[in-house]
Each structure stands twice: as C-alpha cells, then as structure tokens.
Design a binder for this molecule. Structure first.
Ligand code: GLN
Ligand code: ZN
Length: 767
C-alpha cells in the first residue's frame, strides 16, 4: 500500500444526508396517525425530534452532522416551504403550517367545490424516491417563510453538534420543477437567488461554517442555458458561508471547467457512480478547495470495500495532489436511499449479514475510512479485516453458481427472437384465441381486501399451513374468475391474490434473493418499500405461478392470462449485487422467466403478460449510457418471452407515462400486445405510437385506476374512438390503465361494466 504522502492531506468525514423515517418507520406511523386525527401536531413533532436526535447521535462520530435532511414529507417540498413557494391553491393567503405541506403533498379532496389537487410527484433522478414537483408561474414570488431549517440547526447546535446544513441549490430546485403556465422558468432565477442569499445569511448568523449545497442536476446532460447560469448564480451566493457544491448519481467531470470558476469552497464527487472522475478533479479544481469523496454507496445495502478504497484513494491522492488538500470522505449520495440499521436484522444468515451495511453502519464506514486515510499504518489491518467477508464472497460457489453461468453462456449462442415475426404470430394467435374486435381485459390484480392480506400474513407467520392457505387463495381466485365471467370480459386474469407486491413475490420464489425484516426505504411521504436483495446468481428452482394460473384456467373456457413481472422491473425494484453488472442480473432473471413462460404454456396458458413498468426508470441519467442499457434491457425482455410458441400471445404492460423517449425500444420488445397507461394524458401518449407507426397490438388504458371515480361510458367511448383514429381498430384492446389492487370491488365492478359495454357498443358500430 502506498501511503507516504496521504499524510499531507487533512481528512474530514460526513454523510450527505440520513434517512428520516426512523429505524422502526416511526415517522411513517406518526404521520399516518396525525392524518387520521389520532395524533396531535405536538405528538408528531416529538416523533420527528427524537428521530433527528438519533440520527445526529449516530453521526456524531463524523466531523459534521448533517442538518436539513429531515423532512416531514419530502425535502424538495421543505425547500419550497422555506422560500415561500407553495401553490396558491393550497396556501391561500395564510402562513405555512405543517398542514399546508400535507395539502400540497396529498391534495384536499373533501369538499366537492373547493378541493385542491395535490402537486405532482416526480421520481428523484434514477432512484425510487419521489419528490413533490415545484410548480412555477411567471409571477411567482419568493420569501423566507418556513423556519424549519433554522430551528433544526439551533436544535442540533444546542446538543453540541458540529453542524453542516444541507440545502437543495436554486438551479436544481428550478430545474426539477415544472412550469404551470407558458413562460421560461429560468427567468425566475434572479428572484430565487435573492431569497437563497437571505437563507445563507441566516446560516451565517447562526454561526454556520459550511453549507452543503446540492446541485444534483450537474450529473445530467444539461442544456447550455442551464449550465450558463451556474457562474452568475454562485457569484451571488458565494462568500458568506463556505459552500460545498454537491452532486451525485453520476459523473460531473465534463463540467469541471465551469465548476472550477464558481465561487464555492469545495465539491463533492460521487465516486461510487464514477471513480475515474477523481483524477481530473484533483488536477483541475483549485488547491484550496475541499474535495469530498463519496465512496460509501448511499443507495445500496452492500458493505463498502474499505480496503479497496484505501488502496485506490491513497494512490490517486499521492499521484496527483501537488500540494496538501482538504479531503472529506463521505457517502456517495444521501443515505436516504438505504435502509436504516442492519443490527435489527435477526433472521439473516451470519455470512450474508456480514456482507451488508445499512445507513447506521455506513456512517461507521465513512468514519473508519477517514481514520485509515489519516493514519494508514495503524488502520490497515483493521480495514482489511473489515473487507474480508466481501472478498471471500467473490469466490464463493454459492454466489457464483456454475449451472447459472452455463445457462448464461448458452444464452449468448441463441437468438432472443420469437420463432416467427409478428404478422405470422398474429395470424396464428387469431386462429387459436378467436377474440372479438376490441377485446377487453384487465392488467392483472383485482382488489386486495383485508381478508386476502390477512391470509398471506397468516401463511407467512406459519399460522396457516400451505394446504389451508392454498385452499383459501383458490377460493379467492374462483370468486375473481366468476366476477370476470359475469362482467363478460374476454381475457381473464387470476387476480394476483397471492402477491403482496409484484417484485417481492418473485424475489421470494426465486433462488438468489435475500429479504430483510426492516430494510425499509422511503418511497414518498409515509410510503416505504422493502426491496429484496440480490445476493447470489438467480435461479428458478420450481414453477412460480403455474399452479395458481392453471387452476384459474380450469374454471373457465375463456383465455386466462398468465401474469409475470419482467426481468428489468425485477432488477430495478430490488437492491442489485455490486460484483456483477445490472445487465447480468437482468439476464439471469430473464432465463428464470423464460422457464416460467415455457411451463405456463405447457400448462395450457395461451396468453402471458410480462409486466415491465420499470423499463423507463432503469434508464441511466446520461445519454451516452442510455443506448447500451436499452439494448440489453430489451434483449432481456425478449429472452423471457423467447420460449413462447408463435400461437402463445405475449403481452407486456407499462405505466407511469413518459415512454415517448423510448418508444422504439418499446417496439423492439416485440410483445404481441402492450397495455399502457394513457388515460391521464387523454391518450396523448398514443401520438408517439402513431408517429412511430407502432406495429403490434395496443391496449391504451381507457380509465385511470388511481382515482375512485367511475368512468362513464361516454368518456371511455370517446377515448377509444380517439385511439382508433391513430391505431387501426383491429389492433386495439380495451382495458384499464393499471392493476386494480388498490381499488374497492364496488367501483371496480361498475367501472368494468361500463368498459365492457363500450367495447360491445363499438363492435356493433365498427362492424
Ligand atoms: N400486473 C400488475 C398488477 O396488475 C401490474 C402493476 C403495475 O403495472 N405496476 O397489479
Ligand atoms: Zn401499471
């Protein structure tokens, strides 16, 4: 290990942010009680205060504790409140209160006349976190309006902590919002900068030395008009407190020429996302700037290979630093995206547990690496010992399974195409399925009642034997099939009663995943998800859905659609391994699904849907990386479907809109039918399908399942008619825009009845 000159540098430690939900999801439960009226505001505030104190106590081993990362609902929403920028429909003329924040986030639906719709949510870069989208109008004003940040700083200072606040920077704030009338929101920047100056002045008055100012959009391919505003903006913002300009999730080395001219005092680099940028940064950035090195992955659950970083950082820092620098060691991004505390996991196998680090453990990793860099000889041994479990894992035959490797190898020698091209398959399927014009179907799940949830949890805890469970799930399936028959739908589904979640179910069925007890990560507001972890090569040991689906098919002469979650979505909604690529993980999943498709087909299932709602979300942030991703993602989907015979109809389903950009990849999936969310955009998405001349069949969702409203026949009829002007009617399906699991039975039956009526009416009209 080269270690001589690292001593010239000085080292500090920090994390970019800490999860706010609490180790036992205390914030979630407190919020939900407050919303139901079971908690007073004071009780809610007390829970928040305790969480913050715990978070700071954990971070007190670092050079700084981060303040400003706690949010009652979302940190972008907190930023909006701070600068007095909340939609008028929620705020009116009154002061901002906690309830104002919740109105913006959740809407105000009670009164028929005066309801105010919630602000939109947007996915936070390529994570699974959703933020409340700021809404901009030309006449927006900004004014310091919400003192949470300053109050929490005082709170932390009073506890004796060394405080580094974090604030979402003005350019990213503006970029991440949307215009609600037609103007260019960049014109608001001067006003925004003025209020940010006031914020920064308040921080200075509180005695703050360093502010972490997040401009994560620096990780994107930015249009030049956005890049150009960095210099003037930071000319205004710099000079009061020291600014650590932070970006994460991807590289920023292409923007160093601009960054180095900014009036800031340091830069954070996400080295987990891109390690190579360090060399360039060390040579380009002024010597008196702090460079913060994000080496502990804030968005995955794997232990940091501290030994690797110690070696590599020592090398880069010695090789390139001409003089001593201030180096901070940190998490790659905020720890918001990792679960809280590994210590709580009592059911993990010991060796598996030794591979992981959750937020609390990540703080210790940052601390340890910092100490080791400052004092290599004393810590080298300890760091090596810490990294040993991950090193051992690299060669474990349980992790790298020869039989899976062989299948991957064989995959390379085979085509992932279907046996025949679409027009021939379409003819074969028409022959076999004999469906009417405008066939009707649903997306898979039917209402998940309390009874169904209880059944699953009783089975999970062992209170119910498998036989008893199977019998009851079967009776649920039977009821769902009967309801669909009496609604006269054309293609039926079994309703997914055995699935708690479309990704978790398959992670539990497949070999190679590890689930946790408390591995919760905030998705939005009080909502958390508990993704499974890919720990080994993935293998399907036995059929996962065949028994349920075969049973469902035995109850009806109509076609029963098998229901699978696609390989890309399974990969996106779990914590991936870090020792192999996302591409390889997805290929392994694709092989498992291909085997399932084959078994479903052998069991007499002629239509199989492979859901890929997350195809778009796995897209890398940088354009230069996107094409490669799309190629392997599409190929993995095709592999899953490649065992289907020509007469077996493969469906896919996608939602969350915004598929315009990837429409040609969607076409390359070559699914026989795609059902897609279009109703909220009033079928606008179809423009893309039309412009592209999408070749296969499409079921544009004709009603929004996210709303409890029952869609009228007229409404759906005009949507289908509009669709039929864009897509030849022979290729159109009629279906809701997503699964129905969150809806009640009453509204579901009424809505589907109207939907089937529309299909019948149009069949006559178009005959
Ligand atoms: N088949 C799934 C369901 O109906 C699809 C859900 C989704 O697209 N998110 O629930
Ligand atoms: Zn959907």
């Amino acid at each position: 290990m080269s270690q001589a000159n690292t001593l010239n540098h000085s080292f500090k430690s920090h994390v970019l942010g800490y999860p706010r939900v609490g180790e036992q999801r205390e914030l979630k439960f407190a919020l939900e009680k407050y919303w139901k009226g079971e908690f007073t505001e004071q009780q809610l505030r007390d829970v928040g205060k305790t969480i913050r104190q715990q978070n700071w106590a954990t971070q007190s081993q670092l050079s700084f504790v981060t303040v400003g990362d706690f949010a009652w609902y979302d940190h972008v929403l907190s930023t909006s409140a701070l600068i007095g920028h909340l939609p008028k429909r929620h705020r009116g003329d009154s002061d901002i209160s906690l309830d104002t924040l919740f109105k913006v986030a959740r809407g105000q639906s009670n009164s028929g006349c005066c309801g105010a719709a919630a602000s939109d949510m947007t996915k936070w870069f390529n994570t699974n976190y959703h933020y409340i989208t700021p809404e901009f109008s030309a006449d927006d004003k900004f004014e310091l309006s919400w003192s949470q940040l300053f109050d929490e700083i005082e709170e932390a200072l009073a506890l004796g902590h060394s405080v580094k606040p974090v604030l979402l920077g003005p350019i990213s704030y503006l970029y991440l919002g949307k215009e609600v009338d037609s103007f260019d929101r960049l014109t608001l920047l001067p006003k925004l900068v003025a209020v940010y100056q006031q914020v920064i002045q308040r921080l200075a008055d509180l005695g703050i030395e360093w502010l972490q100012i997040d401009e994560p959009i620096l990780s994107l391919d930015l249009p030049s008009q956005w890049l150009q505003v960095f210099k003037p903006t930071y000319d205004e913002l710099g000079g009061t407190v020291k600014l650590l300009l932070s970006s994460y999730f991807d590289r920023i080395d292409d923007k160093l020429a601009i960054i180095k001219t900014l009036r800031v005092d340091g830069v954070h680099l996400d080295l987990v996302a891109n390690e190579a940028q360090l060399i360039e940064a060390l040579s380009v950035l002024p010597n008196d700037w702090v460079i913060s090195l994000g080496v502990v992955n804030g968005r995955n659950v794997w232990k940091c290979d501290a030994h690797y970083w110690l070696e590599n950082l020592s090398n880069s820092l010695n090789g390139n630093a001409t003089s001593a620098r201030q180096i901070w060691i940190g998490s790659s991004c905020s720890l918001l995206h990792s679960p809280l505390n590994l210590e709580l996991e009592t059911q993990l196998p010991a060796d598996t547990k030794s591979w992981f680090a959750f937020a609390k453990q990540k703080v210790s990793e940052v601390c340890q690496i910092t100490k080791a860099l400052s004092n290599p000889s004393e810590y080298a041994e300890r760091v090596l010992a810490y990294s040993r479990p991950i090193h051992q894992r690299k060669n474990s035959i349980n992790v790298h399974k020869p039989q899976v490797q062989q299948k991957l190898q064989r995959l390379k020698e085979q085509s992932s195409d279907r046996l025949l091209p679409f027009p021939e398959r379409q003819a074969a399927q028409r022959n076999a399925l004999n469906l009417p014009l405008f066939p009707t179907t649903t997306i898979g799940s039917f209402p998940q009642t309390g009874d169904i949830r209880r059944l699953r949890s009783q089975f999970k805890t062992g209170a119910l034997t498998f036989d008893a469970y199977r019998k009851q799930i079967r009776s649920e399936i039977k009821a769902v099939v009967e309801r669909q028959e009496s609604l006269d739908l054309d293609v039926l589904v079994h309703g997914e009663p055995e699935r708690n979640d479309m990704a978790e179910y398959f992670a539990e069925q497949l070999n190679g995943f590890q689930t946790t007890q408390y591995g919760w990560v905030q998705s939005y507001g009080s909502r958390c998800v508990k993704p499974a972890i890919v720990v080994e090569d993935i293998e399907r040991l036995e059929p996962m859905t065949v028994d349920w689906t075969r049973y469902a098919q035995s109850l009806t002469t109509k076609p029963m659609k098998g229901m699978l979650t696609g390989p890309v979505t399974l990969m996106c909604w779990t914590f991936p391994r870090e020792d192999i690529t996302r591409q390889t993980i997805t290929q392994q999943l694709a092989i498992a699904l291909k085997e399932e498709v084959s078994d479903l087909q052998d069991a007499g299932i002629n239509i199989i849907q492979i859901d890929e709602p997350a195809l778009r979300e796995g897209l890398p942030l940088r354009l230069a990386d996107q094409q490669h991703y799309l190629e392997w993602a599409v190929d993995a989907f095709k592999v899953s479907a490649s065992s289907a015979l020509p007469e077996t109809q493969i469906h896919t389903h996608m939602c969350y809109s915004d598929f315009n950009q990837i429409i040609d990849s969607v076409a390359h999936l070559d699914a026989d039918v795609i059902t897609i969310e279009t109703s909220r955009s009033n079928m606008e998405l179809l423009d893309a399908f039309e412009a592209f001349d999408y070749p296969n069949e499409i079921g544009p969702g004709v009603y929004d399942i996210h709303s409890p409203n029952i869609p009228s026949e007229q409404w759906m009829e005009q949507l289908v008619k509009r669709a039929s002007t864009q897509i030849p009617k022979e290729r159109l399906w009629i279906n809701p825009d997503c699964g129905l699991k969150t809806r009640g039975w009453d509204e579901t039956e009424k809505s589907l009845k109207n939907m089937v009526n529309v299909a019948k009416k149009l069949r006559k009209e178009f005959a």
